[in-house]
Design a binder for this molecule. Structure first.
Ligand code: CU
Length: 237
């Protein structure tokens, strides 16, 4: 759980510091609910997936486990973060630029994050970040405590563009008549699932390109849609 008192004092600190006027837009103070490039704070009710994250020191330095996240645009992720190390660590998600800016600031002054896109944990403690990844792109998770990033505490977050809806369903048909001048074609067709129409023979509109590919007597797989109120062949194979 986040410490609200800490959050408030940090916000006040920022409100009175020169950094408050900064352009980093990292979600401090009044910007808490604002959309960041990486997305926006999520709510528990909307969580679509939980990812366990462990932070610890290793023989080679310091590390997060897992080392990367693949997320689909629109997902709301609950990051269950555990500090399994012996010193304090934090989990911050942002753009790479955003993290770099914060890292620089933190190198200059003692500061703690308690923004919705981060959680800072003492050794042995657990916490969470719930985040809605509204935008596709490549982002980064990191520990920005001085020296930790350099010791290996960062990794990529890849947010892939939301996949298109289910592929269009082709209907079967046989071309009965082609009227290339009129831009019309008569098709004896099977059920048009997307239009909720049964098998019958109908006249469709089609553009020059498609009409050019149609011959009388030809069996086709095609997609028809209502375009400006007229049944129109929009794809065929
Ligand atoms: Cu750390």
């Amino acid at each position: 759980m986040k410490n609200l008192f800490l959050s408030t004092s940090i916000s006040l600190l920022f409100a009175t510091s020169a950094f408050a006027a900064g352009s980093h837009g990292g979600g401090h103070g009044e910007d808490h609910a604002a959309m960041m490039e990486i997305g926006l704070p999520g709510t528990a009710a909307n969580v679509t997936r939980t990812i366990d994250v462990t932070m610890r020191e290793t023989d080679e330095g310091m590390a997060f486990e897992p080392k990367s996240f693949d997320i689909e645009q629109g997902e709301t992720i609950r990051f269950n973060v555990k500090n399994a190390g012996e010193i304090e660590h934090e989990f911050v998600i942002d753009t790479m630029d955003g993290n770099a800016e914060h890292r620089e600031m933190m190198a200059k002054m003692e500061m703690e994050h308690d923004d919705p896109n981060s959680v800072r944990l003492d050794a042995g403690k657990e916490g969470e970040v719930i985040w809605t990844f509204a935008n596709a792109g490549t982002f980064e998770f990191a520990c920005l405590i001085p020296g930790h990033y350099q010791s290996g505490m960062y990794g990529p977050i890849t947010v892939s563009e939301k996949l298109a809806e289910a592929p269009v369903e082709y209907s079967t048909g046989k071309v009965k008549k082609v009227d290339s001048k009129g831009g019309k074609v008569t098709i004896i067709h099977g059920p048009l699932v997307n239009l909720d129409m049964p098998s019958m023979t109908m006249v469709f509109r089609a553009d020059e390109d498609l009409i050019g590919k149609m011959k009388e007597g030809q069996n086709i797989d095609f997609v028809a849609e209502r375009v400006k109120g007229k049944l129109t062949v929009v794809a065929m194979k």
